[in-house]
Design a protein around this ligand. Structure first.
Ligand code: SAT
Ligand code: MN
Length: 602
């Protein structure tokens, strides 16, 4: 189909206007076919963006190195341009929408000269599903289109579902590097010093300029499925969340679904694909990053994974830490900022084997182990198709979603937060989500290992005032007739005085999932002990059979450090103050109750 043949007038008009603004050499409407994907990959080989990996090692897979100035999401260059600053709230960068449009029009003007402008219709969620939504990304990056092919459902079926008048989110992207006459094309074009990742929540559109990397450029992911979707979800009474979704089956064959929110690069992919160490239990994956959830007719909360692939952190992924991820990326995948071995395979720190001599590092130079630098960038990523995952859940593409029994929150915390605790109620669970704090990772540009509040793991991803977002969560829990999931807070990352992790993590986390599963069926506080923070496992109800863990270590893991929590309260109070009158009274009440349970005087 050509642009002129498009029956959707608003779409056609937007494409034509964009073309006249950006001035590309040609326009291509993407059909989503395998032939199209293969052609894109061939083009990317010509520009030096892709190197094909060895057919014996990783069939039909490609290796890409980014510009060193374009390696992660850039939160300080991410903007929420609602009409008022207040609507964006204190946790977002706000800019006046008209002013921002002026800046963007300037940047986009002629930005695609000498390049192909790709028009990519895509669906977040199974095409045509009741919880799914459509976006159209216009981009001048073939690398982005190839990734979109894996991460979303693209092409003709989406255009059909869109029909003549369907709603879509316009997502405009340029790497900001026109190819001028006589200039060679470069492998990773970008405009590293002038990035703008901009959202217009009222208009429900996205403009992204200057970066080709991950969430900055694959606009279906964080920009649409989280920032724009949160604002849709608030208006339409559903939830768009930074959560994995997994199914867990007990030895009797009963199954429950769990959603879990963790900040970027805190092990969501590993948890979603976990292989239980406890006999007879099974975990299957619905999604590893994003959940869209709404109540079904039966009153239960149903979730879909809007994505179709995994954009996972490579370093640390190995046959022992996550064999299911390793199988998912065994073929048909794209690797960005990993190391390249002389025999045409990829390598990264923590892959479980030593780096072969003569490998190239993530910037394409021969790797020198004596340099002390990692060979793969810490935020190196694999883009792999979800359906290749051996533990993908049979229901993962059910357009109606899967019913959620429990919601987990977690982050990286060396101290203070116990291994697991359960909320006393829905509002208490929302309180827990609102105070998530985590040590920062390489997923975003900036300092590492700094503790920051990351409520619901949504700090960089909420498209409106975070105080109102908390209020939305409280409202959702008050839905008449709702059968509410239970909330839990987990922390695999607690460390002892020697600085070593106290809990083995990975497959052993199934022990915590088992307790969560059983708590979903339990009456009252069966299997649990009340603490000021919430319910922690009764010692005999946490299955540690076959695990060598000393009793004092387990005590420490499950302990509630009253003094440390008393010391946390003023910080939470101050944090809450930052939301002014947008902070729901219900959360302040939960903070007061926690203070009372801890026996604080103030
Ligand atoms: O680059 S992404 O935003 O897609 C990855 C992440 O931060 O989780
Ligand atoms: Mn994420």
């Amino acid at each position: 189909m050509t642009i002129g043949e498009l029956r959707h007038v608003a779409l056609r008009t937007w494409i034509e206007e964009t073309a006249s603004l950006c001035g590309p050499a040609d326009i291509r409407l993407c059909d989503g076919s395998q032939a199209e994907y293969d052609e894109l990959c061939s083009r990317l080989i010509v520009t030096g963006t892709f190197r094909p990996l060895s057919r014996d090692k990783k069939p039909h897979s490609f290796y890409a190195c980014s510009d060193p100035g374009d390696v992660a999401r850039v939160e300080d260059r991410t903007f929420i341009c609602s009409k008022t600053r207040e609507a964006a709230g204190p946790t977002n960068n706000w800019a006046d929408p008209d002013e921002m449009k002026r800046i963007l029009r300037g940047l986009f003007s002629g930005a695609m000269r000498g390049r192909t402008m790709y028009v990519v219709p895509y669906s977040m969620g199974p095409v045509g599903g009741p919880l799914s939504k459509i976006g159209v990304e216009i981009t001048d990056s073939a690398y982005v289109v190839a990734n979109m092919h894996i991460m979303t459902r693209v092409g003709n079926p989406v255009l059909e579902a869109l029909g003549d008048v369907g709603d879509f989110v316009p997502c405009l992207h340029s790497v900001g590097k026109p190819v001028l006459p006589g200039q060679p094309n470069i492998p990773w074009p970008c405009d590293a010093d002038r990035k703008y990742i901009v959202h217009f929540p009222e208009e429900r559109s996205i403009w992204s300029y200057g970066s080709g990397y991950g969430g900055n450029a694959l606009l279906g992911k964080k920009c649409f499925a989280l920032r724009i979707a949160t604002s849709m979800a608030r208006d339409q009474g559903w939830l768009a969340e930074h959560m994995l979704i997994l199914g867990i089956t007990n030895p009797e064959g009963r199954k429950k679904y769990v959603a879990a929110a963790f900040p970027s690069a805190c092990g969501k992919t590993n948890l979603a694909m976990l292989i239980p160490t406890i006999p007879g239990w099974k975990v299957e994956t619905v999604g590893d990053d994003i959940a869209w959830m709404r109540f079904g007719k039966d009153g239960r909360l149903y979730a879909i994974n809007p994505e179709a692939g995994f954009f996972g952190v490579a370093p640390g992924t190995s046959q022992s830490s996550n064999p299911n991820a390793m199988a998912s990326l065994a073929r048909d995948s794209i690797f960005t900022n990993c190391a390249l071995t002389p025999d045409g395979d990829v390598w990264w720190e923590g892959i479980g084997t030593p780096i072969p001599p003569g490998s190239l590092d993530w910037q394409g130079a021969i790797y020198d182990p004596a340099s002390g630098k990692p060979a793969a960038h810490p935020n190196a990523r694999f883009t792999a198709p979800a359906m290749a995952c051996p533990c993908i859940d049979p229901e993962w593409e059910n357009p109606e979603g899967v019913p959620i029994s429990a919601i987990l929150f977690g982050g990286r915390r060396a101290g203070v937060v116990p291994l697991v605790h359960e909320a006393y109620s829905w509002p208490h669970g929302v309180f827990m989500g609102s105070i998530v704090a985590s040590e920062t990772t390489a997923a975003a540009a900036g300092a590492l290992g700094r503790l920051r509040r990351d409520p619901f793991a949504m700090l960089p991803f909420c498209g409106y005032n975070m105080g109102d977002y908390f209020g939305h969560w409280l409202d959702v829990g008050a839905t008449p007739g709702a059968i509410l999931p239970k909330f839990f807070y987990v922390n695999w990352f607690r460390k002892g005085k020697d600085g070593k992790f106290l809990w083995p993590g990975y497959g052993e986390n199934s022990r915590i999932l088992k307790w969560v599963f059983e708590r979903c069926d339990a009456r009252g506080d069966e299997g649990a002990v009340e603490t000021p923070l919430g319910l922690v496992p009764a010692r005999e109800s946490l299955d540690v059979s076959g695990l060598t863990i000393d009793a004092p270590v387990l005590d420490e893991l499950l302990s509630v450090d009253r003094d440390a929590w008393l010391a946390e309260l003023p910080g939470i109070g101050e944090y809450y103050n930052s939301f002014g009158e947008h902070l729901p009274a219900g959360l302040r009440a939960e903070l007061d109750k926690l203070g009372e349970r801890l026996g604080s005087k103030g």
